[in-house]
Structures are given as C-alpha cells and as structure tokens.
Write a protein that binds this ligand. Structure first.
Ligand code: FES
Length: 108
C-alpha cells in the first residue's frame, strides 16, 4: 500500500498524484468516491490529473478522450486502450493505493 495524502486534503472534485518507481498514479475524489488510475493517457503523452473531472469520468487535457474511473475504459476515441485501475483504501483518515492490485479494465 502506498500512502497518498490525508483524506481531508482530497475533497470532492480534486485529484492527488503519487509516484512510484515505475508509474504515476492519479487518485480522484469523484463526488466522494475515491478512484485510482494510471495518470498517463493511453493515447499519447498527457497526464489525466491535468484533465477535467465530471462525475466518474475524467477527460484528457490533450485530445479530450474520457476515461471511466470505475473501469479505466475510454468512452470513445481517440483513446482506445484502458488505463489501469488500482484499489483505494482509507485507513485512519489517510488515503492509500494498492499499486499491486491492478485491474486492466477489461472485466465486466
Ligand atoms: S493524449 Fe489523451 S486523448 Fe490524446
């Protein structure tokens, strides 16, 4: 588990970014629900944490592909591949991400 930030530092509509040795993970607070995904768009080089959050969707700042934070799947072009989704947990008021629990976004 990777510590991200205190829950009160991540209010609804905000995003926090945590970096590991191999990846950047963006943790979004979408109307009170926390979601963690790879911070890199699967289309080209852009950080989803720089994009716009609307409900459970985040829109890439570069070419406007939207990703569903629940599944990681893009809702339409130009992105075609899903971003990885990670488990999020709040323990003692601190947000944690399990970078070892990865969903490819292909289930369901
Ligand atoms: S880089 Fe994200 S849609 Fe193109």
């Amino acid at each position: 588990m990777i510590e991200v930030c205190r829950l009160d530092e991540l209010p609804p509509g905000e995003v926090a970014v945590v970096k590991t040795a191999h990846r950047r993970i963006a943790v979004f607070n979408a109307d009170g629900e926390l979601y963690a995904v790879d911070d890199r768009c699967t289309h080209q080089e852009a950080y989803l944490s720089d994009g716009w959050l609307e409900g459970c969707l985040v829109e890439c700042p570069l070419h406007s592909a939207s990703f569903d934070l629940r599944t990681g799947r893009p809702t339409g072009p130009p992105a075609t591949g899903p971003v990885r989704v990670y488990a999020v947990e709040v323990r003692d008021g601190v947000v944690h991400v399990d970078a070892g629990t990865v969903s490819s976004g292909s289930s369901g």
